[in-house]
Design a binder for this molecule. Structure first.
Ligand code: SF4
Length: 261
């Protein structure tokens, strides 16, 4: 079955190098409590309330495209990719948990057109899926949410075992990886958690291009309302001081670190 796409975002500057167009696939096997794109979680289309000119309308979120249609749309910004060293990013939801024949076909077509592709993933997918995309992917933006498995289960609904296994697999295969760590106050920013993360990365010899810290924000709250879902998020945004503490600790361990603005 062809996947549903819930957004195609042009001129994105935060989803990999240069100027990129990001394709957001609908459907995710995780249910992170801090998720700011709740419309990305369900694999089926949904109705979302939108306000336009003082009127409220329900719009369907989730559109099906053929690979051909998508490539045609994505090629429109080729000049920006070329000038900036950018390209296309496949994101979600979880792109690696979609119909992989479709995803691989899309990747092959983009590569054939000379377009560089980045995959943004939670890592929660079959290892064979990563094996299939490896040759066509220039960079993985790979989430590591919480190193402690009990907390990972509590906050995302799933174990991190498969996520760590796939990260190790990609690193062993020589894939370019940028690790992305959501930073949530009182969940995963304490010294013990960061030390455990570094210990695991070192023990498993994970090779990273760098780490990006993604501070939690609550911009997604409104979207829950529009989907007629209750938003149970009750997290505090991390302070700059706390973010810098994590950054310093990771840098001292040898990883280049950026804090997402
Ligand atoms: S992995 Fe990303 S898209 Fe999926 S639930 Fe978590 S935050 Fe949302």
């Amino acid at each position: 079955m062809k996947p549903y796409i819930f957004n195609i975002q042009k001129f994105s500057l935060h989803d990999g190098p240069g100027i990129r167009t990001t394709v957001f696939f609908k459907g995710c096997p995780l249910s992170c409590q801090w998720c700011h794109n709740p419309e990305s979680q369900c694999f089926e289309p949904e109705m979302m309330l939108e306000k336009r000119a003082e009127k409220e309308n329900s719009d369907q979120v989730g559109t099906v495209y053929s690979v051909r249609e998508l490539v045609k749309i994505l090629k429109r910004d080729e000049i920006f990719y070329d000038q900036s060293g950018g390209g296309v990013t496949l994101s979600g939801g979880e792109v690696m948990a979609q119909d992989m024949d479709f995803v691989v076909d899309l990747l092959k077509n983009l590569v054939r057109e000379g377009i560089s592709v980045v995959i943004d993933t939670s890592g929660y997918a079959r290892t064979e899926n990563f094996e299939r995309v490896l040759a066509y992917t220039d960079l993985f933006l790979y989430d590591l949410k919480v190193i402690r498995d009990d907390l990972h289960k509590e906050y995302t609904g799933v174990s991190n075992e498969l996520i760590l296994k796939n990260l190790k697999y990609l690193s062993d295969q020589g894939a370019a990886i940028e690790l992305r760590m959501i930073m949530v106050h009182d969940v995963n920013m304490d010294e013990e958690t960061i030390n455990l993360t570094i210990k695991w990365l070192k023990e498993e010899k994970i090779k990273l291009r760098g780490v990006t810290l993604l501070p939690y924000h609550d911009f997604g709250r409104e979207k829950y309302k529009k989907l007629n879902r209750e938003c149970t998020q009750n997290f505090e945004k991390p302070t700059e001081e706390a973010l810098n503490r994590v950054k310093d600790r990771l840098e001292a361990a040898g990883y280049p670190v950026k804090i997402h603005s």
